[in-house]
Design a protein around this ligand. Structure first.
Ligand SMILES: Cc1cc2nc3c(=O)[nH]c(=O)nc-3n(C[C@H](O)[C@H](O)[C@H](O)COP(=O)(O)OP(=O)(O)OC[C@H]3O[C@@H](n4cnc5c(N)ncnc54)[C@H](O)[C@@H]3O)c2cc1C
Ligand code: SF4
Length: 448
């Protein structure tokens, strides 16, 4: 990333970087965990369990915390969701378990399920114990493509069930977007890699980094050499604005920038503009807006083409961005990028509204913002090309992603898929559940 006069590294004092990218929710200590666990009613048919995509027995793990059986609590969590540690940090609990908690009323706050889950799983990770044991070997071998939450979850469950898993990962490190995408202050202290180590310590999982399907091997080869295949490559494509001048210096893909931020050993080296505009309305838009503000950008404006209720980012995330000084402007779409000497300087927007049929349309009124950096965060897309490269059979797609049934089985008899590369909620927890469900189905298939 090159720096121009207005896009500079080192805008803050060294201590500010540490503070700004520190753990956004400091962990509960024992006393606070005991107090919080005592707030749970241990509901029968608990709505929080229904709302958890991985179906963790929430009242059970909370009760164990209340009796100081923290290891037992962590086992409850990890049995259903092997990435329960990551999910405790990154799940939008306000629309999942905590959103459904019976204590979530106008007078009260929901039980802090996410923080309790973190308390239990951190306790286990810190102890360095392995609590799972593999079933007797089936002699079967499954290829997993992509070491993100979906792939790691599938590999762990397959290994538990007695199958060997070989995980092929294009990047240098495993963990997918937990390592390269999630906001830095949600998963500090190398948490993603610590979780990978815990998962691999079960045994029976071989991780091969720097190995990409479509480049180093083909789907046909995997189907020939393995008993089954699980595809979990996430979404490699980034949507473009479709405007002229999108190649100006300072117009940046948010996902790429976040990956650099997450891998940077020294945040003071990361160039950031003084005036930043973010275009989009989801997790990525919120994360890049907050992180550029925390890197020292003076003025960060997030612009979204519809209203606040239409944003994919939850109200909690929108509020978090605003508390961090991000301005959010709704009902406007970008129409023109203007530059000087190859560097973006100004961006023009048109106000939007819904027509009588509920379709989005421009109003004809415009406004402009002066800008040093424009971040594109208008969504990602699945790129099927690597799967087609050298493949004998073509996988069916649906809405641009891999088509799967409820078992996450694809149109090919020995291939399953899950996570962001199939249609779903595009959340870490949903990817983990896909991996778990697919592993169960693969197990049934392999055992005939
Ligand atoms: C910026 C950002 C912030 C987010 N924040 C949150 C959040 O706060 N909370 C939340 O719940 N969700 C969040 N999400 C969504 C969440 O990260 C994803 O839904 C989740 O990571 C999907 O898991 P996955 O395993 O399907 O894909 P990924 O995590 O994308 O992992 C896919 C893996 O496959 C590898 N791969 C790709 N191509 C190939 C290939 N050809 N061969 C081999 N390997 C390949 C990739 O390198 C990667 O490691 C965020 C997403 C983004 C982009
Ligand atoms: S809904 Fe709330 S009170 Fe009831 S079991 Fe779940 S966390 Fe506890």
């Amino acid at each position: 990333m090159t720096a121009s006069a207005d896009i500079q590294a080192g805008r803050l004092r060294p201590d500010d970087y540490v503070e700004n990218f520190n753990d956004v929710h400091p962990p509960l200590d024992r006393k606070r965990a005991l107090i919080e666990s005592a707030r749970c009613y241990y509901c029968y048919d608990a709505p929080c369990v229904e709302a958890c995509p991985t179906g963790i027995d929430i009242p059970s793990f909370i009760r164990k915390i209340s009796t100081d059986n923290v290891k037992g609590s962590a086992v409850d969590i990890l049995t259903e969701n092997i990435m329960g540690g990551a999910c405790a940090r990154v799940c939008p609990t306000e629309i999942l378990c905590e959103g459904s908690c019976v204590r979530n009323t106008q007078e009260e706050k929901p039980v802090n399920i996410g923080e309790l889950q973190r308390y239990a799983t951190d306790h286990l990770f810190d102890s360095g114990q392995q609590v799972f044991e593999r079933a007797a070997s089936s002699g079967k071998k499954v290829a997993v493509v992509g070491a993100g939450p979906a792939g790691l979850s599938a590999a762990h469950r397959l290994s538990l069930l007695g199958h060997d898993a070989v995980v092929f990962e294009a990047r240098d490190k495993a963990a997918g977007l937990n390592e390269y995408g999630i906001a830095a202050y949600k998963v500090p202290n190398d948490f993603a890699q610590r979780e990978v180590e815990f998962i691999l310590s079960l045994g029976g999982i071989e991780l091969r980094c720097g190995q990409a399907i479509g480049k180093d091997f083909s789907l046909t080869e995997l189907r020939r050499d393995y008993d089954a295949v699980f595809l979990s490559m996430g979404m490699a494509g980034v949507n473009a604005l479709g405007l002229e001048n999108e190649d100006l210096e300072g117009v940046v893909d948010a996902v790429d920038y976040i990956a650099q931020l997450r891998q940077s050993g020294d945040l003071a080296q990361l160039p950031v503009g003084r005036k930043v505009v973010v275009i989009g309305g989801g997790n990525t838009a919120i994360d890049i807006a907050v992180q550029t503000k925390r890197l020292g950008a003076e003025d960060v404006t997030l612009v979204y083409r519809r209203g606040k209720d239409n944003m994919n980012a939850t109200w909690h995330e929108q509020e978090f961005a605003q508390l961090n000084g991000v301005k959010i402007k709704h009902w406007a779409q970008p129409t023109k990028l203007m530059g000087q000497d190859g560097q973006v300087k100004e961006i023009e927007f048109e106000y939007t509204q819904l027509d009588d049929n509920g379709r989005l349309m421009g109003t004809g009124d415009h406004f402009s913002l002066l800008v040093d950096q424009v971040f594109k965060a208008i969504g990602q897309s699945f790129v099927p090309a690597p799967l087609m490269n050298g493949a004998a059979d073509v996988l069916e797609l649906s809405s641009g992603r891999i088509a799967v049934d409820e078992d996450r089985k694809t149109s090919l008899s020995d291939v399953w898929a899950g996570g962001d590369c199939v249609t779903g909620d595009d959340l870490t927890v949903a990817a983990v559940q896909d991996g778990k469900v697919a592993a169960g189905a693969i197990d049934r298939h392999l055992r005939g």
